[in-house]
Design a protein around this ligand. Structure first.
Ligand SMILES: Cc1cc2nc3c(=O)[nH]c(=O)nc-3n(C[C@H](O)[C@H](O)[C@H](O)COP(=O)(O)OP(=O)(O)OC[C@H]3O[C@@H](n4cnc5c(N)ncnc54)[C@H](O)[C@@H]3O)c2cc1C
Length: 450
C-alpha cells in the first residue's frame, strides 16, 4: 500500500472530491490521497437523499443579500460549467424552471423591489405576474376547487435554468476524472481518521484502526467532523457548532420547477421551498425543516443513542450557552424552533407542515404529503465564541502549518469548486507547487478573467 503523499484529503463528500479533482487537473502535484470513513463516496451531506439538490446561485434565494448573491453566483457557475463541460446533463445536472415567489401585498412588494435590484446581477431574470404564474406554475395559484387563490402572487426567476444537481453523482464524477488524470492518486475507503499528528516534517494521518499514511499537507473536509478533528489538535477552540437538522416532506410532482419563498429576515435558515427531485422521479421535496439537535450527523443512530459526544465536548461552555440563549430571546426564532420541532412529530407534524406548505401549493391535501423518512441531514452551523454569534455559511481554519480544516454548511455543495480553488491556492503555495489558475478560470469561470 502506498503510504507517502503530497496531500491527504480527509472526507469523501463533494468538497473533498472537488479538491481531489482540482489538484489533479490544475496542479503539478502527483501524489494525492483521499481518505473516507465510509465504504463509498458522498454518504453524508452530499448524498442524494440529504440535501435540496439545488445549485444555489442567489437568484431566487431571498435570504441572500445582493453582496452574497454576487459571490455565490461565481461559485455556482463553476460547478454548472464543470457538469456541462463533462456532458453530465440529465445525469448529474438538471434543467428546470426556478423562481422566488411573494404571496400577499407585502411580499409582492418585496419580490418586485428585489427583482429590480437583482436583474443587474442575473441577466435574463424574469418577472412573473399572477397570470403568467398561472400559466407556467399553475399549482401555486390554483386552490382546491380550481379557483385562483385570492391573494396577489408575483415571482422572479427563470423559465429554464441548469439549477438541479445530484451532488452524490457529482462527487463520484470528480473522483473518476481525478483517477483517470493521475495514476498515483489513491482513495482509501473505510479509513476513519482518528488522529493527525506531526511526524518529522510531515503529518501522519492515523485511522481509528491504527493504519497510517503520511502527507506534506492535510486538508480536512470532514463535514460536521472537521471542527472536532481541529479541536483535537488544539485549533479552532474559539468556535462551537450548532447542528441544525433538515428534513423533507415529499409531495407528488405538483411543481414544474423550483419554487422558493420570501425569507423572514430574523430567521437564520432558508424559508420553505419546493424542489422537484432529480433522483426520485415523480416526487417533489418540500423543506428543509430546521431542527436543532445534539447530533453531528443525522441518521447514524436514533434518539439519544445518537448524541455526538464530540459535540458535547465542543459546546459545553458558557460562550455557546450564551449564544444559544441570545438566539432564543428573539421571539421569531423561538417560535420557529418550536414549530420545527412539531414538524417532526407523528400525526400532528404533518398537519402543521401542511399549513406552511399551502403557501406554495394552496390546493395541497394531507394525503399528498409524506414525511421523507431517512432523508435530510444536519447543517453544522458554526458558532463564533469570540464574536458571540451564530455564523451563517462556511468557515475555514488555516493553521499555516500544512493542515487546514473546512466547515461547509449550506451552500457548501454549490461552493465545492470555489472552496477547492481556495484550498488549491493555499496548498500549492505551501508546497511550492504550480497551480494553473488561468486555465481554471478559462474552463470554469471565464467571467472572472475580466
Ligand atoms: C437539509 C440540507 C439541505 C441542503 N441543501 C443544499 C442545496 O440544495 N445546495 C447546496 O449547495 N448545499 C445544500 N446543503 C449543504 C450541502 O449538503 C453541504 O454543504 C455539502 O454537502 C458539504 O459537503 P462536504 O463534502 O463538505 O461534507 P459531507 O458531504 O458531509 O462529507 C464529509 C465526509 O467526511 C467523511 N468523514 C467524516 N469524518 C471522517 C473521519 N474522521 N475520517 C474520514 N472521513 C470522515 C464523511 O463520511 C463524509 O463522507 C444542504 C444541507 C442540508 C443538511
Amino acid at each position: 500500500m502506498k503510504r507517502d503523499f503530497d496531500v491527504v484529503i480527509v472526507g469523501g463528500g463533494v468538497s473533498g472530491c472537488a479538491l481531489l479533482w482540482t489538484l489533479s487537473q490544475y496542479t503539478d502535484l502527483k501524489k494525492i490521497a483521499l481518505v473516507e470513513r465510509e465504504k463509498n463516496l458522498a454518504k453524508v451531506s452530499s448524498n442524494a437523499k440529504a440535501n435540496s439538490q439545488t445549485i444555489h446561485d442567489g437568484a431566487i434565494e431571498t435570504n441572500y443579500t445582493a453582496q452574497k448573491a454576487r459571490k455565490v453566483k461565481f461559485a455556482a457557475e463553476k460547478i454548472r460549467r464543470y457538469a456541462l463541460n463533462k456532458n453530465l446533463q440529465n445525469k448529474v445536472i438538471f434543467e428546470m424552471q426556478k423562481m422566488a415567489i411573494g404571496v400577499g401585498d407585502k411580499e409582492c412588494a418585496f419580490i418586485t423591489k428585489r427583482h429590480e435590484e437583482f436583474q443587474e446581477i442575473y441577466p435574463g431574470l424574469t418577472f412573473f405576474d399572477k397570470a403568467k404564474l398561472k400559466e407556467i406554475e399553475p399549482k401555486i395559484i390554483l386552490e382546491e376547487h380550481g379557483l385562483d387563490r385570492p391573494d396577489n402572487v408575483v415571482g422572479s426567476g427563470f423559465e429554464s435554468y441548469w439549477c438541479g444537481m445530484n451532488f452524490e453523482l457529482l462527487s463520484e464524477n470528480f473522483v473518476e476524472e481525478a483517477m483517470a488524470l493521475n495514476s498515483s492518486n489513491h482513495v482509501f475507503f473505510n479509513f476513519k481518521v482518528g488522529r493527525i499528528e506531526p511526524c518529522m516534517d510531515e503529518w501522519a494521518v492515523i485511522s481509528t484502526e491504527g493504519d497510517e499514511i503520511y502527507a506534506k499537507f492535510v486538508l480536512v473536509n470532514a463535514g460536521s467532523y472537521s471542527l472536532p478533528l481541529a479541536q483535537s489538535m488544539g485549533y479552532g477552540l474559539d468556535l462551537g457548532c450548532l447542528p441544525v437538522a433538515g428534513s423533507f416532506y415529499f409531495v407528488p410532482n405538483l411543481l414544474r420547477g423550483k419554487v422558493y419563498t420570501v425569507q423572514n429576515p430574523k430567521l437564520p435558515f432558508a424559508a420553505l421551498h419546493g424542489d422537484p427531485d432529480v433522483w426520485i422521479k415523480g416526487k417533489t421535496r418540500l423543506g428543509p425543516t430546521a431542527l436543532a439537535m445534539p447530533k453531528l450527523e443525522r441518521h447514524k443512530t436514533s434518539c439519544l443513542r445518537g448524541i455526538s459526544w464530540e459535540l458535547i465536548k465542543m459546546d459545553c461552555n458558557t460562550d455557546v450557552a450564551s449564544i444559544v440563549f441570545d438566539l432564543f430571546t428573539e421571539r421569531d426564532i423561538r417560535n420557529y424552533v418550536f414549530k420545527n420541532m412539531v414538524f417532526e412529530l407523528p400525526y400532528i407534524g404533518k398537519r402543521k407542515f401542511l399549513k406552511d406548505a399551502r403557501k406554495i401549493i394552496p390546493s395541497l391535501s394531507l394525503s399528498d404529503l409524506q414525511y421523507a423518512a431517512g432523508f435530510g441531514e444536519v447543517r453544522p452551523q458554526v458558532l463564533d465564541r469570540t464574536k458571540k454569534k451564530l455564523e451563517l455559511g462556511e468557515r475555514k481554519i488555516v493553521t499555516h502549518k500544512g493542515v487546514t480544516f473546512n466547515m461547509t454548511p449550506s451552500p457548501g455543495a454549490t461552493s465545492c469548486l470555489e472552496n477547492a480553488l481556495k484550498d488549491a491556492k493555499e496548498i500549492t503555495q505551501y508546497l511550492g507547487a504550480h497551480l494553473d489558475l488561468e486555465r481554471f478560470y478559462e474552463e470554469l469561470s471565464p467571467e472572472e478573467l475580466g
